[in-house]
Design a protein around this ligand. Sequence first.
Ligand code: ADP
Length: 224
Amino acid sequence: MIELTDIKKIYNKGSANEFEALKNISFSVDDGEMIAVIGKSGAGKSTLLHILACIDSYEDGEYRIDGELVKNLSEKKLADIRNRKIGLVMQDFALVDDFSCIENVLLPLDFAKNKVKSSEKKKSALDALASVGMDSMSAKRTNRLSGGQKQRVAIARAIVNNPSLILADEPTGALDTVTSAEIMELFHKLHQKGKTVIIVTHDTGIAEQCDRIIEISDGKIKCE
Ligand code: ADP
């Protein structure tokens, strides 16, 4: 599903503070794998995830998703790939705080190109909320929720378009141990349903729950 070949990412290219954050990163991920990306702070994990999520570009190499080369694409095309194929979960949840749970989950459906009836969108959003145990709170504003509940809503939003790839950046980083375990259960459920899951974490306990661990150090793959 994913193929990275010699990916190089340079921040501030051409300026005095030019910095090579990723140095010839190559690996591939099969459909349905659950992978952890680990490494110290500053190793390049988030940079890599942003490239995988098609929200950041890279200077050299090739990134293919389902065979499609993600390079020099228009913003419209990138948005289309993100919308169809990728669900993104962030450490800080990235919800619209004064929206309700269902309004947050409806957002990706409103961005989608296809014209779907609003009753169908609402059903999809409620189904996504139900799959993370949050359907009974659909009308509640997300700024009234606990961290764990917010992350459940963020996961519902990530899966509402039925993407095949779920990318998560430190999804349990802001949560206590018990809540982290509950959120990891949701990722395991998605994996069991056949989704490809890639989790960036510095928590070895979480990494060990994945099929494979990719360790990054100073922008390079240390071990795979
Ligand atoms: P990690 O997620 O492993 O903590 P990051 O991918 O966030 O690491 O960052 C990798 C390196 O790239 C760090 O040295 C960081 O300072 C640098 N970096 C990240 N984003 C930028 C940016 N927008 N401009 C310049 N340097 C950046």
